[in-house]
Write a protein that binds this ligand. Structure first.
Ligand SMILES: [Zn+2]
Length: 312
């Protein structure tokens, strides 16, 4: 059962809708398997079914539904699948960074974290792709992350949990595991599921599609903001490919219903940052966290943390 969250009662987007869904996809290709050491030794790189088979169909599906999303991909994909990344961008979607090679972010040393961000930003820049969003692999950040993300030029970040808002000039758009397909479908997440009061066994794809569509149906009525994460590599399996198509179909219909703003994270973050926005989202809004302050940040001595958050 959902409790009332911090964003309920707010209005979202240029049309002041009662709810918002930030639509995102995580992971691409063999990066996470390389990181975990489960990629078969000697197997050819650059030919993963999530890219060659799933991605073209997914992009068509999104086009057909009139949906745009954020694709958080490991930056190593700039080298393995440059054409695929350029195609994602060409079709109007946002590319965000999901680590260099899906390294568990919360476990990185400060040096490794800084190097991974810098290497990733360079790889995207080489392709001519501007990256403004970041989602930490594994969902967790380090204590140093806020400073390092800002230093790397990241404008918005989507970790697991925490509060929606602008802190130290980075917009945080968190996700809840409840709206992550991998969390429900994969055996690897059973410990996390149990710790959150859910059953240990994974859900069947059909059951998950039903559960996600019910959650999405409830969003425009209950109001508030949610972040959905789907994984292309899970859609290699036909059963979840069909499930994901059902979920995206529901999102497309909801988006057309005029009560939910379905949006990539970067556009949502820009909207949240607007200092003139008058939707009552930010009772402790700090005007200095807006774009004007970003321009002036180099002119001023470093100031204490300013937060613009949505209060509970
Ligand atoms: Zn991931």
């Amino acid at each position: 059962m959902r409790t009332r969250d911090q964003t309920q009662g707010a209005e979202f987007g240029p049309d002041g809708l009662p709810s918002a869904l930030v639509l995102t996809f995580d992971n691409l290709g063999e990066a996470s398997e390389l990181e975990r050491g489960t990629w078969p030794e000697g197997a050819t790189l650059g030919n993963h079914a999530s890219v060659t088979d799933v991605l073209p169909r997914l992009l068509d599906e999104l086009d057909g539904r009139g949906l745009t999303a954020t694709f958080f991909v490991e930056a190593i994909n700039c080298e393995l699948y440059p054409d695929a990344l350029l195609e994602i961008a060409r079709r109007g979607h946002e590319l965000g960074m999901h680590g260099w090679c899906h390294e568990p972010w919360a476990e990185l040393s400060p040096e490794a974290e800084r190097e991974s961000l810098a290497r990733g930003m360079r790889a995207f820049a080489t392709l001519g792709i501007e990256v403004r969003g970041f989602r930490p692999p594994g969902g967790g950040l380090t204590q140093r992350s806020p400073a390092l993300l800002r230093e790397a030029g990241i404008a918005w970040c989507s970790p697991a949990g925490g509060r929606l808002g602008v802190r130290d000039d980075v917009v945080y758009v968190p996700f809840d595991w409840r709206l992550v397909d991998a969390y429900h479908l994969m055996a690897r997440f059973s410990t996390l599921r149990v710790s959150r009061g859910e059953a240990a066994p994974a859900l069947a794809p059909g059951a998950l599609a039903g559960r996600l569509t019910a959650e999405l149906d409830a969003l425009p009525c209950g109001g508030g903001q949610q972040t959905l994460i789907l994984h292309p590599f899970l859609m290699v399996e036909e059963a979840w490919c069909a499930g994901a198509r059902e979920v995206l179909g529901r999102i497309g219909r909801l988006a057309g219903g005029g009560r939910i703003w379905v949006v990539p994270g970067g556009r949502f973050a820009d909207w949240l940052r607007e200092p003139t926005r008058s939707c009552g989202l930010a009772p402790d809004a700090e005007s200095r966290t807006g774009p004007a302050s970003r321009r002036g940040v180099a002119d001023r001595p470093r100031e204490p943390t300013h937060s613009r958050v949505i209060e509970e």
